[in-house]
Design a protein around this ligand. Structure first.
Ligand code: NAG
Ligand code: NAG
Ligand code: NAG
Ligand code: NAG
Ligand code: NAG
Ligand code: NAG
Length: 371
């Protein structure tokens, strides 16, 4: 009897344990598997590109907000099938393919597209109206794509574009009007392109009152049109390092909240008429000639140090203003302009943060329901 009772006790124990285990498993199933399955369903709806044997596929994620077509050996922008609602795509990744031409119609339907990444392709030429179907674009990245020629109307219709990245191409000319009508443009990066003196004119950046960052480093410019920045009243980072600039006259540079003006590793001997608003100027002291025309530039580069340590016999009559005298010492300066410049990443990660936040909320609600 005792034994029997023990067995009964044992089996009830076992029963309890099994019940608990079952509950535990159920809990796990509810809290992890269902959302996981949902995620897999959402994330792995792939589709075959109409491009016959290429069988390339793009991967939608974050409920179709991001469409990843990067590194898929695409020769053109794929024909997105009906599985994807083009209107929900905000971020389209097409990097690292072999795309050689962008047909305007291949972007039609992406009515809410805000960021388009086309870097690492073979896009040599952009013709008028290429982006007319995606007027809500805020960021366009065509870096490192063998880009050579851009028609003046290529970016027509991109009226709310904020950032454009054209670096590491072979662009040798920026036609007048290329940025016309882009009143919200804040960042232009054309770094590392064979731009020469005739490649830009005083009209290239006309009317760009929102322009905050201009990066023309690693170009072949030896001089700048005197009116190049005349309308750019919001300039903060002006980056011309590693150019062939010899002389810069900033007399017509507008009043702007300059943070950094960077001419490092450029052979500038002469930087004249530096606006009072410029407080950080980076240039090679060894190149800058000890002339009174250069006094302010030298003082800024020296950042508060005694000018006579660099230019022993320089005696200028021009009174130095407070900006120069109180300029911060070099070790207090922000070390690299690049940190202030990496706005592309910020937008990218900002979007990602938003998306992950949404996902977390979605999952939490699924957990709640599951439990
Ligand atoms: C897009 O797809 C490529 C190729 O599969 C992958 O290497 C890359 O990490 C993906 N990018 C994002 C942002 O998911
Ligand atoms: C893409 O271009 C690269 C370099 O030009 C080449 O090596 C590769 O074979 C091309 N891929 C396809 C699928 O055409
Ligand atoms: C492209 O557009 C510009 C104006 O935006 C115009 O001057 C030019 O003639 C156009 N080129 C062609 C080939 O249509
Ligand atoms: C600048 O804007 C004004 C007023 O909108 C316009 O008349 C002018 O043509 C624009 N200039 C350039 C070079 O885009
Ligand atoms: C420096 O620039 C000014 C104004 O552009 C010019 O008048 C002057 O000759 C230049 N000086 C040198 C040494 O290049
Ligand atoms: C700068 O150095 C010179 C010579 O060494 C000296 O006469 C002058 O007072 C110094 N000026 C300041 C502001 O320290």
């Amino acid at each position: 009897m005792k034994n029997n009772g023990d067995t009964v006790m044992k089996s009830t124990d076992n029963l309890g344990e099994r019940e608990e285990t079952r509950l535990f498993v159920l809990q796990i199933v509810c809290s992890w598997y269902i959302p996981l399955l949902l995620l897999l369903c959402c994330a792995h709806i792939t589709f075959v590109v109409a491009d016959g044997q290429d069988r390339s596929e793009c991967t939608p994620s974050h409920f179709d907000v991001i469409l990843n077509c990067s590194e898929r050996n695409l020769l053109e922008i794929p024909d997105i099938g009906p599985e994807i609602d083009r209107r929900s795509v905000v971020l389209l990744l097409l990097e690292g393919n072999n795309i050689s031409k962008i047909e305007a119609r291949s972007l039609s339907g992406f009515d809410n597209l805000e960021e388009l990444y086309l870097g690492g392709n073979d896009i040599r030429y952009l013709e008028n109206g290429t982006f007319r179907e995606v007027p809500r674009l805020k960021l366009l990245d065509i870096q490192n794509s063998k880009l050579f020629a851009i028609e003046s109307g290529a970016f027509g219709g991109l009226e709310i574009l904020e950032e454009i990245f054209l670096g590491f191409n072979t662009i040798n000319f920026l036609p007048d009007g290329i940025f016309a009508g882009m009143f919200r443009l804040e960042v232009i990066q054309v770094r590392s392109n064979p731009l020469r003196d005739r490649s830009v004119s005083e009209n290239t950046f006309r009317n760009l009152t929102s322009l905050r960052v201009i990066d023309m480093s690693e170009t072949w410019l030896t001089t700048l049109p005197i009116d190049l920045f005349q309308d750019c009243t919001n300039l903060q980072n002006v980056i011309f390092h590693n150019t062939l600039l010899i002389s810069v006259n900033m007399i017509h540079w507008p009043i702007a909240p300059y943070k950094i003006v960077d001419f490092r590793y450029s052979p500038v001997v002469n930087i004249t008429n530096v606006p009072r608003e410029v407080t950080i100027l980076k240039a090679s002291l060894r190149a800058l000639q000890c002339t009174c025309e250069n006094e302010r530039a030298i003082l800024l580069v020296l950042a508060g140090q005694n000018i006579s340590s660099h230019c022993q016999n320089l005696r200028c009559n021009i009174p130095t203003d407070e900006n120069v005298v109180t300029a911060v010492a070099p070790h207090h300066m922000s070390p690299e302009p690049d940190s202030t410049y990496s706005t592309s990443d910020s937008v990218y990660s900002r979007n990602h943060m938003q998306l992950y936040f949404l996902l977390v909320i979605a999952f939490t609600s699924v957990f709640a329901v599951g439990l």
